[in-house]
Ligand binder design. Sequence first.
Ligand code: 2P0
Length: 320
Amino acid sequence: MRATARAQPNIALIKYWGKRDSDRNLPAVGSISVTLDELYTTMHVELDGALDLDELRVNGRSSPSLLPRVTGCLDNVLGADRMRGRVISESNFPIAAGLASSASSFAALVVAASAAGGRERTTDELAALAGQASGSAARSLHGGFVELRNDGDGIDVRTILDGEAWPLRVIAAVTSTMPKPVGSGEAMEASRKTSPFYSRWIEEQDMDLSTARDAITVRDFGKLASIAEHNCLKMHSVMWASRPPVVYWNAATLACLERVRELQADGVSAFFTIDAGPQVKVVCVPGEEPQVVEALSSTPGVESVLVSGIGAGAALVNGH
Ligand code: 2P0
């Protein structure tokens, strides 16, 4: 009745922003991401008939505010008449700061909870369950370059290319570890209801997905860089034009973008992307990693720099 799973966050290159069904947490658009390897969340789930309520510890602390989402996810995975659970989550990177901790957390949670409850589930089923908890979490069930497509009444998640086939590096510049001012779910709804650019965002997404998918398939770095930066800035334009505006950036976020532009002007193969937070993630070819790390580390306002390769999907730890 217990199991431990590990999952890595993923960084979207073509972004998910907006929901087509809030109740079932279905995304309005498809997305493409890379699953990381060095950053991870380890999730331990123990079901115990003697417990009256679920318990949650995150990085060593009781976390009542995060408990309702975890309870909802356990209910989805195991049924509401399940035994209550003791859940222990440990992440080796800052949580709730735009580094996709909800993706690694819920991907690991569905894998651990299914195993603890003795449920055999396919990766597709696990991805659907993770996606109900957090849209981006569905992508962390798979490794490498991953595409999430809207498929009829649900989602379909697949690896487009393994990480070993194109071992790019991802460098995250952490510019703040404060929790974000507004959660991404709430911000997406604000964008859908109020941003004048939202409908155009939805209209153009399939084209961006197709361009990125083609670039990944033939490993065309320049083409991927161009569409990923465009898609990222388009998503943030949708957010900025919402009422009230959704602005996740700080001064260091912009300073990092300038640094990346300078690197690119020097011929470095690198591009940026930014999610629902102020951190800047830079994707580069392996040989350029030292230069990118040095450039970001020396940018004013950057607190730390995390480096990762592209990794595998969520899995049980030691098979149990
Ligand atoms: C993404 N983000 O594709 C986009 C880009 C942030 C910006 O998915 O409401 O935590 O839990 O389904 O997955 C962050 O939102 O949202 C996210 P919910 P989630 O990675």
